[in-house]
Design a protein around this ligand. Sequence first.
Ligand SMILES: Cc1cc2nc3c(=O)[nH]c(=O)nc-3n(C[C@H](O)[C@H](O)[C@H](O)COP(=O)(O)OP(=O)(O)OC[C@H]3O[C@@H](n4cnc5c(N)ncnc54)[C@H](O)[C@@H]3O)c2cc1C
Length: 498
Amino acid sequence: MDRRLFLRSAVAAGVSAAATPALAAQFAALTKVGSNINAVTGDRAAIEIEQAAVKELADSLRGNVLLPGNAGYDAARRVLNSGIDKHPAFVVQPVGATDIRKAVTFARERDLLLAVKCGGHSYAGKSTCDGGMQIDLSTLRHARVDATRRIAHVAGGSLLGELDGESMAVGLVTTAGTVSHTGIGGLTTAGGFGRVGRRFGLALDNVVGADVVTADGRLLHASAEENEDLFWAVRGGGGNFGIVTNFEMALHPMERRVVGGDILYSGSMVREVFEKYREYGASVSDYLYCDAFTASMMEGTDSMAGFHVCWSGPENEAEKILAPLRSLGTPLADTVKAWDYVELQRSGDSTEARNVAQYMKAGFINDVPDSLIDAIADGFEPMDGRTVFLYCQHSGGAIGRVPTPDTAFAHRKSLANMFVIVEWAKDAEADTHVRYIRDWWGQLEPATDGYYTVDTSDESRAVRHANYQGNFPRLLALKKKYDPTNLFRLNANINPAG
Ligand SMILES: Cc1cc2nc3c(=O)[nH]c(=O)nc-3n(C[C@H](O)[C@H](O)[C@H](O)COP(=O)(O)OP(=O)(O)OC[C@H]3O[C@@H](n4cnc5c(N)ncnc54)[C@H](O)[C@@H]3O)c2cc1C
């Protein structure tokens, strides 16, 4: 069980792109607009965009421009978190890097607020906006595997399932997140934890090349040999440096059959679960991915605590490896079994309509001190009408062996990414739940050391910059070089003004 849990009541709207209108219909819609289009700049100042300019942009693209009211506009503007309800002035759906270059140039020349959407999983909704241009990459989805070179070429709007499916079909794999409709773009530019991350590193550790449209509208190839500084920056700098149109990712041989699932105890065992996690999570084999969590569901106040595991080593060793996790007592449920890796990766996907809103706080933990266990156990408050979820996503292993200065991702020494999420019915009052998580986080945060940039959003500029730790000065210099006007600002933003 993991972030997947929340998807049972999730998805629908933003994930699958609705049918896009024919070009002729779009042009008709554009010419029906009686006046200029109201929009905002990056600094949220009101501006008007000439209708003729938008039509000219639309004419020049192979892809689509969608205005409010066009078919597909609502699916594009929405993100997974249904608490986010923003309306871009218009949406560009590119079908190639050239379309993206034109859209980026259009936005930069007008100082237009710009949002970039891939899978739409940003909790804070940074891939959509009010009044700006949204570039929706859902029209740019494709993964191709070169089995001989063990490289996957993945288009920048792809979802993780495309990468997993194509690579495992030829017995190869690379690290991807645990929900297969997460976007490659947001996940890989920021980090990329997943079930084989302790074996093969973060998703970004496996990037060997990236094609990037930068703020000046150029398409640059970034690798260890070419534009090395940009290559460094896009591996951990999130969306700050441009739009990745294509990722080249290193693949590794792996058996399709892995052993995975959940070991669930009653919530009253929460201390024992996290005490076990302290020694076990830190010392176990790289072939084991082990998350620890405690959760309560929307209905009622029952709670549970337990582990989610994926063992990708020899199947006959799984029982011995997992025995310590089963030694805490009689589990409420034990769903661990041998199954297909791609199936496990898809096991938390959902296509149900979303009717919940979410709020989240997150931080990396380097260990599990008693004070943290106390804060977890004492602060966990199930309530009928909300879901509460504290989760530690396993890090370490190969992730921790990459020297911190090698990529822009700064948090190499962590044991896990710990996050708390509260979820409530979309139309219900939010304040109580948000306040609860903020208060609880006040107790948990002292045990953290920085946070995963995609998981949090309401921090100050100083805190955000400090979170890049020792990599910040270099990131700032590169932001000034590649995006001096901060066109790409809807992300864990590095402000070029410092
Ligand atoms: C259900 C769920 C499960 C998750 N599981 C995991 C997990 O197992 N492991 C993990 O590490 N994280 C996980 N995450 C966090 C996830 O990695 C981030 O939310 C990430 O931002 C999602 O990427 P996206 O493309 O779907 O997001 P979007 O909302 O589409 O984009 C988020 C941001 O990414 C940037 N971006 C998107 N595409 C590109 C691109 N092509 N080039 C440059 N920048 C781009 C933009 O700045 C954008 O604002 C999960 C999130 C959710 C909601």
